[in-house]
Design a binder for this molecule. Structure first.
Ligand SMILES: [Zn+2]
Length: 294
């Protein structure tokens, strides 16, 4: 879903948005701040803003004037540097830039890597905004929407449950190969019989840990970003050994959500017109000896 300009005006005119004069001032003076962009996200994401959320500025100062907005799956130091080089100083990242989902930096207070990243961000007047919870709670889920598009699965989606897809019995090996090509994945991993026909697919983008979910009888092929090898991976192996038709495809966390943040940039372009908005891809972190990084 993309907001049209009528909706946007209506929401921006709402009680919690900038006043019309503030909005006009920001547009004409060129002093759009990070806080103002985040306000527009809050007003337009389509779900009430939660009292408890990780969606906040983690590094940098919200009063900073914005030169450009980057969206990314994971603001690693390398990605931050590439955003800054591209002139994007508001970096909207799906996963935390500080390695702990809740963004508690206390344990990192003396960590040289964290301090180097923080210093770089401050020196370059960049701001990093963690945008996780509300992009997922948007309906339809912003990450799921982007991933469905990237994989070309729009025609396969179950409209009742956008995490489920149906396919015409493609052999698992071919199905996984198609996913690998679509996502340009170097290290995707698969558990299951390569010849198994793929009919029903359930996706859990990002991290998933629930054996109970994998156990559901309707689960045939489960696609995840990452999961524990001594829980769900072992469980799926045992399901197969017990004679069930199941398979597991492990894409890697970054590639399993990345396209959702590409879609986020498209959405943000409808809210932010004063400065450029750009998606900056986070590279897949792993390579394999059979398929080394370039
Ligand atoms: Zn996510």
């Amino acid at each position: 879903m993309v907001f049209d300009s009528t909706t946007r005006r209506a929401v921006i005119g709402g009680a919690f948005a900038m006043s019309a004069s503030q909005y006009a001032a920001a547009q004409t003076s060129g002093t759009l701040t990070a806080d103002q962009v985040i306000d527009r996200i809050r007003q337009n994401v389509g779900v009430p803003w939660r009292a408890q959320t990780v969606d906040k500025i983690v590094l940098g100062d919200g009063a900073t004037p914005v030169k450009g907005v980057a969206t990314t799956m994971m603001a690693t130091f390398d990605v931050v540097k590439r955003c800054v080089a591209a002139g994007m100083n508001l970096i909207i990242t799906h996963e935390t830039p500080v390695y702990i989902h809740q963004d508690d930096v206390q344990p990192l207070a003396k960590d040289p890597t964290y301090l180097a990243k923080k210093e770089y961000i401050e020196r370059n007047q960049a701001v990093v905004f963690h945008f996780h919870d509300h992009w997922h709670s948007r309906r339809p889920d912003g990450i799921a929407t982007g991933m469905t598009r990237e994989l070309g699965w729009e025609k396969n989606i179950d409209l009742e449950n956008p995490r489920r897809y149906t396919f015409p019995g493609t052999p698992l090996a071919q199905f996984a190969k198609d996913m690998q090509t679509r996502l340009s994945a170097r290290t995707m991993r698969v558990v299951g019989d390569p010849k198994m026909p793929v009919n029903r697919v359930t996706a859990s983008w990002g991290y998933m840990s629930a054996v109970a979910m994998a156990a559901r009888p309707e689960i045939e092929v489960l696609v995840v970003g990452e999961t524990r090898e001594w829980e769900v991976v072992e469980y799926m192996q045992d399901c197969i050994a017990a004679g069930q038709k199941k398979a597991l495809i492990i894409v890697g966390h970054v590639l399993s959500e990345q396209a959702g943040m590409k879609y986020c940039a498209e959405w943000l372009k409808t809210l932010v017109t004063e400065v450029p908005v750009q998606f900056i891809a986070a590279p897949e972190p792993f390579w394999s000896p059979n398929n080394p990084a370039a």
